[in-house]
Design a protein around this ligand. Structure first.
Ligand code: SF4
Length: 224
């Protein structure tokens, strides 16, 4: 969803579908309301808006909104999927052992610090109450992610894990088939790879992760 209006419209349609509707031509928002639903044009204001967001049920159980962090003009952006409990407790992104793997690969392979890239997630709230995140929640929250991409203008987006790739692109190809390929979009390239938390349980995939990041490093040299 590229803006809040579309995200809210989709959420409304999911609600109608759950009630048994198969067709509707109802539009719940007036022209004036549509303009009000534009997201702000600065990362600071966007973060503030997300911190007060109650657009989906995940707002009920969160302690902190976990918004993106890093260089607001980064050439490389990492997109994960869902904040962990440890991140929900602090509001900081990519903590714990998965976060350590990500930091190490940024420093050792990309020769950058965490502060020089931008790191964010599909969802800004940790799903405390619901074990399985509903796809409508990904679609609703995606409006924030698209706005972050529009404001940061990265040249390379590294999606971490299958859900990050699927929901960012709407391409539901299995990660094992698409991983490590460079997918060209209008203003950036996407490189899908594993989520660092997956590597904690499956360390044998670390080599492929390393090779994917080498590819990102080569791509990034074009944008220095
Ligand atoms: S997950 Fe996203 S859409 Fe849902 S309440 Fe949090 S910020 Fe809002």
């Amino acid at each position: 969803m590229k803006n809040l209006y579309n995200a809210l419209l989709l959420k409304h349609l999911y609600q109608l579908k759950n009630l048994g509707y198969k067709y509707t031509d109802e539009n719940p928002y007036s022209h004036e309301e549509k303009e009000f639903l534009e997201l702000p044009n600065s990362l600071q204001a966007l973060k503030k808006q997300a911190q007060n967001c109650h657009l989906c049920s995940l707002s009920k159980g969160r302690n902190h909104v976990v918004f993106g962090e890093g260089n607001p003009q980064a050439k490389i952006m990492f997109v994960g999927d869902v904040p962990l409990e440890i991140e929900d407790n602090t509001g900081a992104i990519f903590l714990g052992r998965g976060g350590e793997i990500l930091t190490t690969i940024i420093e050792k392979v990309l020769n950058l610090s965490r502060e020089q890239v931008y790191i964010t997630n599909l969802l800004k709230c940790h799903p405390l109450l619901t074990k399985k995140v509903h796809k409508s929640e990904f679609y609703t929250c995606k409006a924030y992610l698209f706005k972050e991409i529009e404001l940061v203008e990265p040249k390379v987006i590294v999606t971490l894990g299958e859900r990050a790739y699927h929901y960012l692109t709407n391409d539901f190809t299995a990660l094992k088939e698409i991983r490590g390929t460079v997918i060209k979009k209008d203003s950036y390239s996407i490189v899908p790879t594993y989520h660092p938390n997956f590597l904690l349980k499956n360390p044998s995939f670390k080599r492929e992760f390393f090779l994917d990041l080498k590819k990102v490093q080569k791509l990034s040299t074009f944008y220095k």
